[in-house]
Every structure is written in structure tokens, then in C-alpha cells.
Design a protein around this ligand. Sequence first.
Ligand code: SAH
Ligand code: SF4
Ligand code: F3S
Length: 452
Amino acid sequence: MSNKRFYIETYGCQMNFADSEIVNSILMKEGMEPVHSAEEADVIFVNTCSIRENAETKVWNRLKEFRSLKKDKGDLTVGVLGCMAERIRDQIIDQEQLVDIVVGPDAYRDIPNLLAEVDDGRKAVNVLLSLEETYADISPVRTSDNGVSAFVSIMRGCDNMCAFCVVPFTRGRERSRPLKSILNEIKQLSEQGYKEVTLLGQNVNSYKYEDIDFTRLMDEASKVDPEIRFRFSSPHPKDFPEPLLHLIAERPNLCNYIHIPAQSGSSTTLERMRRPYTREQYLDLVERMREIIPDVSLSTDIIAGFCDETDEEHKDTVSLMKIVEYDLAYMFAYSERERTLAHRKYEDNVPEEVKKRRLSEIIQQQMNIQQKNNKLEIGKRHLVLAEGESKRSSEQLSGRTDTNKMVVFDRRDFQKGDYVEVEITDCTSATLMATPIRKTSIREFYAEPALA
Ligand code: SAH
Ligand code: SF4
Ligand code: F3S
């Protein structure tokens, strides 16, 4: 196995990116060498996503490109990892003959054995889901992040069974990673100079390890290093813990930013979606968030055109988004997925052009809201963590505020990894422009006594 060069291309959510780092670690332990392009590799892995039809289409197209690369090159192994592996293993291997290896999200420890099988001339598949696997003992090898912000996976799987969602079928049952191994990973990140950690799970507020709940985990995590800022993704509106809101309000290094997916603003649609909260309960939660953390920034996920969605129901979504005024929203047209409750029970009956029209109405309104919210930032001071050069110019750095807004400012003597106090001078709907004031720290900026 050793000396082989591997390349991993990752699609989908942050969990998948975190998983690719686990796979890096497993392969490098075998003596394999990571490379940065498919052309240089002996083994190509595609870590895939099934969440919507177009996510899968992208991967199919890429696999076809790799098939031609394989024809040219002869000796090339192609593998599919992640959620598509779980969903359509037979199709990938048998029908299309595109790939040699298929590995589901809970079977990554088996990759070295599977590669050995391929070397023996066989196709290799392991898509077993597990009730326990959290890869807790594997230190991810972070080859593709910016050296400043890291993702740490705290749980796997999902038991929620939202009617539209394929994740419970591709990722299996929910399980939480031991607290100690999470804290150890954060300690290592701190020693390596990381300044921002996002704790990841499909449903983080149901984290439960022994008697440790999610609020306690955030408490412990934030005490590991007061100069690392913490975010998390995603919580579920159905049981968001209020003590966590107080903790975020008190702790300078817990970011004032919450991604709280609504999916819809209509109680009847939410019921069909099997999201166990109403519009009113969701709006109450948002109100509590804003009471307890006055400058909290909120973002959301929205699905347009779910089964049977009426114009009235769609209008309720538009109005909910207008009331909340999210700083950021991920908006999607509904895409039917096999095996889900919606697929079994409902009809995907909102015509494509209606979905599109509703989606663009939602997006248009959201852009206007972001433009308006961002204008209100002009003149304000923020603490920005410099993440690297801005996309447009090497003379500028970019980074995000505590509230997760992207900011661009002149580089001067500042460096990647610095906390910089800035004053906002201008904006678009997506980015703030700022003048840097000084290099500082979380504790200095918020003038709080040291933690713990
Ligand atoms: N666990 C996360 C979401 C993971 S999927 C959570 O519950 O917040 C990310 C987003 O994709 C979802 O929030 C939803 O808005 C969207 N999504 C999921 N299934 C979808 C489907 N079938 N069609 C369109 N969008 C979907
Ligand atoms: Fe999917 Fe719902 Fe689980 Fe999120 S909470 S992963 S939307 S089933
Ligand atoms: Fe996609 Fe799987 Fe994540 S379906 S969104 S990669 S959990």
C-alpha cells in the first residue's frame, strides 16, 4: 500500500469535509501520500453527498471524468466515499463500472483492507452502518483548511427523520463522541495555533455522552483555550436549550451567531415535514435568543416547494423570513429523495417552475434584508479573526466577525490568525469592508477577566 499517492475530493456538508480529514489520517498511517490533484494520484476518492439530486449529479459527472483519466492512465483506483456510497452502492459498482471501491461513512477504518482487495483484482465494498463508530481515537489530518479555523465532529448520524431528508438513511443512527476525545482534539488544535473551532453534528443539541449534554460540552470546550472562538452547527429548533443561550451571552469566546434551520414558516408545512415545532414556537425561540443575546446573528435553511405546499404556505415562509431578518440563509428547492417519508407518503407535486419562482422570491427578499442589515453595520467596531488573503487582492485580508459576517480589510502588518479590531466602512449584501484599527485578543476586546 505504501508510497501510493491519494487524492480526496469532497462534496456536501462540513461533516463530509471533517470525515475526509479522518480518511487522510487513516491512509497516511498506511504510508500513503496525499497529493493536491487527481492527475497526480494513484488512488482517487470522491467523498459524496446525496442531500439533493443536483449534489449527486455533480458527483456522477466527476466520476465520468475520472473514468476517462483511468483509461488514459491504466493503473488508477477510484473510490466513492460518503453518503452516495451508502445510498446507491449497487448502481455505482455494477451498472456504471465507474469505480473500484465503495465505502460508507461508518466504514472508513476498513479502507486499507478494501484497497488491498482491489490490488488483488476485486471490487471492494463496505457500507455497513454502525451504532458506535465516532472515530474518536483518530486525529484528523487537516490538509485543506486555512490553519486558523477547524471543524470538530462531536456526533454522527441523525434520528430525527425529517420527512424530506436522506441523512438518517445515509449516516445511520445518532451517536455522540466521548467528551474527553473532543476536548483533547481542541487542545491539540490550540497547540497548533488554531483560533476558531466549529463543533459539528446533524443535530448538535441532542449531544449526550454519559451525563454530559450539549450546553456542558460547550462550557467545557470554551474553557480549553479562551482565545479560540467557538461556533456550532446545526442545532434543531425543537429542543434548543435555554441555558446555552445564557452561556453564549456570558462567554466572550462563544460566538454570537446561531444557525437555526427553520425549513418553512408555515405550521402546516412543518407538520408535513415532520419538524416538531410550529411557526409560533419557532418565532418564540428567536425572540428568546434575541432577548438573552441582544446582538445575536441568526442564519437558517429554507426549503421551497415541499410536497403539497400552497401559495399561502409559501407566503408564510416569506413572512417568517421577513420577521426574523436572518443575516444569512441557505435556500433550496425541494428535491425528492428515495426512502424518505415524503417519498413514500407524499407526491412531489409542486411544479418545477413554481418551486423555482418561490425560491427566487425567497432569495430576492433575503438579499434585500442582508443588504439592509449590513448597511446598519457601517460605523460599528467588530473583532475579526483574519483567515487569510482576500479573494480579490493580496494587499487585503479577509475574516469573519464574531457574528459570522465576512469582512475585508487592508493587510498592513496584520497576519493570518490575528484577531483584529476593525471599523466597518462599507458593504455589499454578502461582505463588509472595514478599516483595521489594532491587533487585539478576545479577552482584551471584550474586556473580560480570564476564564476559569
Ligand atoms: N442536520 C441539519 C441539516 C442537514 S442538510 C439540520 O437539521 O439543520 C442541510 C439542509 O439541506 C437542510 O437543513 C435542508 O434545508 C436541506 N435539505 C435537506 N433535504 C433536502 C431535500 N430533500 N431537498 C431540498 N433541500 C433539502
Ligand atoms: Fe436531516 Fe432533519 Fe436530521 Fe437535519 S435533523 S439531518 S434535516 S433528518
Ligand atoms: Fe450531504 Fe451526507 Fe452531509 S447527504 S449534506 S454529505 S450528511
